[in-house]
Design a protein around this ligand. Sequence first.
Ligand code: MN
Ligand code: MN
Length: 283
Amino acid sequence: MAEVQIGLIGVPWDSGTTNRPGPRHGPRQLRDLSTMIRAQNGITGVRPFEVANCADLGDVPHNPADITDCMERITEFYRKVLAAGVLPLTAGGDHLSTLPILRAVAEKAPVGMIHFDSHTDLFKGYFGGTKYTHGTPFCRAVEEGILDPKRVCMIGIRGTTYDTEDRDFADNIGIRVIAIEEFHKRGVTDVMTEAREIAGDGDTYISYDIDFVDPAFAPGTGTPEIGGPNSYQALEVVRHLSGVRIVGADLVEVSPPFDSLGNTAFLGASIMFELLCVIAPTL
Ligand code: MN
Ligand code: MN
């Protein structure tokens, strides 16, 4: 692992899902469809595997039967990866996977985050108070002091809701939420300029839930929401991350049981390649 600069890591775990499970099968499907991707970025010309040493570090040690134990195993693994000077690029897994990763990435100081999703994942609890689900990771991360809310921007939020608890929480602590109507009205360049300003010069984590993308392009996920960005915009937002001080990134919630054609996993692998093309030249 010593010479590796970017480590691709699978988190085959979906014990945080609350409706339709399946993202535990995401990493193997993303690896499979990544074989469709060539060496050079068609738009930026970046050849990430020549610019940085990238390696697939395999799947994280995990435990599907015990959420707390599993999160400890994940954090421990990412601590080792980071101690070796490797920047982690993760294939999830449901969005709860991001919490134990952030615990390792932000061990010394809180980080900023640019978060693409149709949901804030900022809820306090599910089913009367259950703390660890894929709808709660960023509420926990703020409580634990590993995310700096003033340097967090959430983009693409939409869909029906039970209430406004999550949005109220975001407003109260200073997280910037760019909902889908604002995203479509302003366009990618304008929105991403603001997102980069919010992240600033500090260490920033990128978390990308595939349900950010419209289900016409990414149906293979557990909680799709209509009216989202298309597959071109899905990649375009990542190119606009150039200049952000990225310390880790993930692509989560690809669910192969709902992805019969593999097109969601292909888009997911393409997003991960786009992330590589932004990160590799900075190392
Ligand atoms: Mn999410
Ligand atoms: Mn989501």
